[in-house]
Design a binder for this molecule. Structure first.
Ligand SMILES: [Zn+2]
Length: 64
């Protein structure tokens, strides 16, 4: 069963809105995805809050 969730994020480099797909069965994940506009690596952190909602945080690669 696929539970892919579409989330729109804002690239920390070029500020373009890009859509990413998140596997909701895989909570608390961190990964790098290249921006589809400027091709720079975006650090994406996916977690769930107390209400079981997805929270997506993006940073540029140099921000921890
Ligand atoms: Zn970008």
């Amino acid at each position: 069963m696929e539970l892919l969730h579409e989330e729109t994020i804002c690239c920390p480099y070029c500020n373009e809105l890009i859509v990413i797909l998140i596997d909701q069965e895989d909570h608390d994940q961190e990964y790098i995805d290249d921006c589809s506009v400027c091709c720079r690596p975006i650090h994406i952190h996916v977690m769930t809050n107390a209400n079981d909602e997805l929270v997506v945080t993006v940073n540029d690669e140099n921000e921890a």
